[in-house]
Design a protein around this ligand. Structure first.
Ligand code: COA
Ligand code: NAP
Length: 277
């Protein structure tokens, strides 16, 4: 049997889907025929995403919605599904990240990342459930290696993404009987994204690449293709899993970035002793 991936007449809804890896997923599904809905906080990002998506196909919907606000999620779902029908593929990838030593991270700094990544993912899944095509829908959460690799300056992200992995597994148990599959993708370092911009200290790119067994950063396409496979009939017996796409070694490849950031941080502190510790 030839492998074809055709999402014509399918509705793919991507929360946090207006930039970066998540937009790459939306764009790739669009190129394979899907009607797309995207949502994120900033009108400008929604507008830009819609402009690019409409160059691929006519059936595109975008909404401003913050995943921390259940009413906004509900409104986006209602409007997207009024246009495209119920959801065949739900992608939940809204996230925030910054480097901060735990002892310098305010409670609100910790909370904001947990609220976006973990509680936001739960709220999206919970609100979307009545809109999922049953049986047959695929839910894909976007997690990160920090879920299982403890990393310096990432206490907030490690906690949030570990939670994302567990709700992925739990909801796969609860929703399996409805014919809804739930999985997560865990990308390694992906070139040209906000995530690597925030973690990769300029000048240390080569170290990070050399630490990846495949000796390259990932691309947005690497993640989008895995999402398409997972959502397709070829992935129809896969549920409750967290699948890395990380060039063979998330632990080795992401750690040098964090270590480099720590050295820069220490140098900055030494240069300005008045900075609170
Ligand atoms: N270091 C330490 N604390 C930080 C920080 C940093 N670099 N950036 C933000 N914070 C803290 C703030 O000080 C604030 O805490 P406080 O009220 O105690 O001062 C708290 O985090 C919330 O910050 P705020 O800017 O109000 O949050 P926001 O809701 O506007 O933005 C963020 C959310 C902080 C996650 C922001 O970085 C963001 O919008 N990120 C989205 C894009 C992204 O991170 N992409 C990569 C995905 S991997
Ligand atoms: P990105 O471009 O910043 O993507 C984050 C998206 O989420 C943006 O579209 C942003 O748009 C949206 N968003 C942020 N906060 C939101 C909120 N409260 N409500 C709704 N939408 C929100 O970063 P990225 O690097 O591509 O990361 C995408 C995903 O991949 C994240 O889940 C990240 O953890 C994961 N990941 C990335 C890497 C990497 O190498 N980049 C590695 C591992 C995992 P607005 O600003 O308009 O809201």
């Amino acid at each position: 049997m030839a492998l074809t991936l055709d999402f014509s007449d399918k509705h793919v809804f991507v929360f946090g889907g207006t930039t970066g890896i998540n937009f790459g997923i939306a764009e790739t599904f669009a190129k394979h025929g899907a009607g797309i809905s995207v949502a994120s906080r900033k009108q400008e990002n929604v507008d830009n995403a819609l402009n690019e998506l409409r160059a691929i196909g006519p059936h595109m919907f975008g909404a401003v919605a913050d995943v921390r606000h259940p009413a906004a999620i509900e409104q986006a779902l209602q409007a997207g599904c009024a246009q495209h029908g119920n959801i065949d593929v739900l992608v939940s990838g809204a996230a925030g990240n910054f480097l901060s030593a735990a002892n310098e991270l305010s409670p609100n700094g910790f909370r904001v990342v947990v609220e976006i990544d973990l509680i936001g993912t739960f709220q999206v899944m919970r609100a979307a459930f009545p809109f999922l095509v049953e049986p047959g829908a695929a839910v894909i959460n976007i997690t990160a290696p920090q879920a299982f690799v403890p990393m310096r300056y990432q206490a907030h992200v490690c906690a949030a993404k570990a939670g994302v992995d567990q709700i992925t597994r739990v909801l796969a148990l609860e929703w399996g009987a409805d014919g809804v599959r739930v999985n997560s993708i865990s990308p390694g370092p992906i070139a040209g994204t906000e995530g690597t911009r925030r973690l990769l200290v300029p000048g240390t790119e080569r170290n990070a690449i050399d630490a990846v067994p495949l000796i390259r950063m990932g691309t947005k396409d690497d993640i989008a293709w895995l999402a398409m496979f997972l959502a397709s009939p070829y992935g129809s017996y896969i549920s409750g899993t967290v699948i890395p796409s990380d060039g063979g070694g998330a632990f080795d490849s992401v750690k040098p970035m964090i270590e480099a950031a720590g050295k820069v941080d220490a140098a900055l502190k030494a240069a300005s002793p008045s900075r609170p510790r």
